[in-house]
Design a protein around this ligand. Structure first.
Ligand SMILES: Cc1cc2nc3c(=O)[nH]c(=O)nc-3n(C[C@H](O)[C@H](O)[C@H](O)COP(=O)(O)O)c2cc1C
Length: 191
């Protein structure tokens, strides 16, 4: 059974993304997965400053002292990392992008193997959970591509996408039985 980390990127309390992630996580837990949710939008996670302190230290962690720091010790126990974000201006929120950029410290190119060394377990996969006010091609598609390419480019797997288009408020999710079922199925597929 998988160990799943869900990184939440919406700054809103009444968040479509958070609600959808909860439904997905509950199903994954019921299917036997261990799920930990990290509310990245409520943590102090600054942007990468390209200091390459991670490369210099040889450790798979960033040298910036903020709320990202304790997460590095958890990553070796994460089989599936779900990046959960609303679409903001045809991309992910700044909060989830900062979280992603800080994962730079977890991956290092190995000139001998021409592959990447990482602190994540072998076979680790990323996944995307996206909510959008528009339709699937008003930016959500770009985030899917970004996360999928990022994962595959550094040798991780891609576990799939849960995309909820035309979300204006949480009722758009609670009132959509098919979407909630899709979220449960997605959670089970990650478990
Ligand atoms: C600043 C901002 C920019 C947005 N940009 C887009 C966009 O480019 N495309 C889109 O489909 N929805 C866009 N939306 C709508 C949100 O993605 C959508 O309402 C989402 O479900 C909000 O998720 P949340 O409730 O988890 O915060 C935007 C919303 C905000 C606040």
């Amino acid at each position: 059974m998988s160990r799943i980390m869900v990184a939440l990127g919406s700054p809103r309390e009444e968040s479509n993304t958070k609600l959808l992630a909860q439904i997905m996580s509950e199903a994954a837990t019921n299917a036997g997965a261990e799920v930990e949710t990290v509310d990245a939008a409520r943590m102090a996670i600054g942007p990468c400053t390209a200091c390459f302190g991670c490369d210099k230290s040889g450790k798979f962690e960033c040298v910036i002292e903020d709320d990202m720091k304790p997460l590095y010790a958890k990553f070796p126990n994460v089989d599936v990392l779900v990046l959960a974000t609303p679409v903001y201006w045809y991309g992910p929120t700044a909060q989830i992008k900062a979280f992603m950029d800080r994962l730079y410290a977890c991956v290092r190119f190995n000139a001998e193997t021409h592959g990447f060394d990482t602190c994540f377990p072998e076979g680790m996969k990323m996944a995307a959970l996206i909510t959008a006010g528009g339709d699937a091609f008003d930016g959500a598609d770009l985030i899917v591509n970004m996360i999928r390419h990022a994962a595959q480019g550094i040798g991780f797997g891609y576990a799939g996408t849960l995309l909820a288009a035309r979300c204006t408020g949480p009722d758009a999710i609670r009132g959509n039985a098919a979407l909630m079922q899709q979220a449960r199925d997605f959670g089970r597929s990650l478990a």
